[in-house]
Write a protein that binds this ligand. Structure first.
Ligand code: ADP
Ligand code: NA
Length: 330
């Protein structure tokens, strides 16, 4: 078709998506499925780079799927699937491993951070080659765009490098993708420490908004967000990181330009913004929780959706892998 392709993935983690996942990535997935051929997956192969309990992993995969559906991913428009259901991911990843320099992979900052936190003895080789699996994920679908948060930019760059390398050595095979990173929501910050990104691993419980938490607890976290000693509600990510983060979240969730928000909060105190944002957050997470639970209550439907998604994905994946193998000399 004439439509551009998009591909993205999210890990099946325990608990729920956080606000950074939603605003930085999933929200764009939902928007792009209108205009693009979309492939969205729950990346369970990526998840096993750290130890997983089998029953929990299976439950978390369904939980991630339910949340994607609740967020608005439409399985009739998008291929919504589980990474391990499409064997070509692992197969193409091996090829890409053999095209990636050891030094090149060693420069991936996410790996450096995560392995430093885990220690060498607990760090798997899988975690080291995680970005290369991501290269395969993207190239497999000939994706033009990859909607992700800022923290993934380096991995998309690696994808471009490896894709171009393959094309140069073996002839044009892969579409070279672009990151699709919206400036406003590229990085949502921790509510308690607005100098670090909101993240499952690094944020304190009070700094992290989990979409499936009790809405009252979420409202409380918003109201106790760290700001600064000034009082002016102005967007200035350098000098006023906390307030700017709140304005960003408010702006996206209410679809109101930041300049309009600044105007409407002129002469008001931080408390006014926090109270309003707490209400907006509660209005957002309450139906999200209900919808997620509805999908979780119907695992048969979830599994049917995922089976259909894998079927759609396999058609494209098989074609790309066959062509790749042929070019390599297999
Ligand atoms: P996490 O980073 O919490 O471990 P994932 O790695 O599964 O979660 O990320 C899923 C998607 O969410 C990725 O596209 C990632 O870039 C995006 N993302 C994660 N945290 C943030 C954040 N704080 N701001 C914006 N996007 C984010
Ligand atoms: Na991430």
């Amino acid at each position: 078709s004439e439509r551009l392709r998009v591909l993205s993935g999210i890990q099946p983690t325990a608990g729920s998506f956080h606000l950074g996942n939603y605003l930085g990535a999933v929200r764009q997935w939902v928007a792009l499925q209108e205009s693009h051929d979309a492939f969205y997956m729950v990346v369970d192969l990526h998840a096993i780079t750290v130890p997983q309990d089998p029953a929990e992993l299976r439950a978390n995969t369904r939980l991630a799927t339910a949340q994607l559906l609740a967020a608005g991913v439409d399985p009739d428009r998008s291929a919504l699937f589980v990474q391990s259901h499409v064997a070509e991911h692992a197969q193409l990843a091996w090829v890409m491993n053999c095209l990636t320099g050891f030094g090149e992979a060693s420069r991936m900052t996410q790996f450096k951070d995560k392995s430093a936190r885990q220690g060498a003895d607990r760090t798997t080789v899988g975690l080291f080659t995680y970005p290369v699996l991501q290269v395969a994920d993207i190239l497999l679908y000939q994706a033009h765009q990859v909607p992700v948060g800022e923290d993934q930019r380096q991995h998309i760059e690696l994808t471009r490098d490896i894709g171009e390398r393959f094309n140069t050595r073996f002839g044009d095979t892969f579409t070279i993708p672009e990151p699709y990173i919206l400036k406003e929501t590229a990085k949502i910050y921790d509510l308690q420490d607005p100098t670090i990104k909101m993240s499952k691993s690094a944020s304190s419980p009070k700094g992290l908004i989990n979409l499936l938490d009790d809405p009252k607890a979420t409202a409380k976290k918003v109201k106790s967000a760290v700001t600064d000693t000034d009082t002016v509600i102005r967007y200035d990510p350098v000098e006023k990181a906390g307030v700017s983060n709140l304005l960003t979240i408010m702006s996206v969730l209410t679809e109101t330009p930041i300049a309009d928000l600044e105007k409407s909060y002129e002469g008001k105190m931080y408390g006014a913004l926090k109270t309003d944002l707490a209400e907006v957050m509660v209005d957002f997470v309450t139906p999200f929780r209900t919808r997620t639970q509805e999908y979780l209550d119907d695992p048969e439907t979830l599994d049917k959706i995922l089976a259909k998604g894998a079927e759609k994905a396999r058609v494209v994946a098989a074609e790309t892998l066959a062509q790749t193998y042929e070019r390599i000399g297999f």
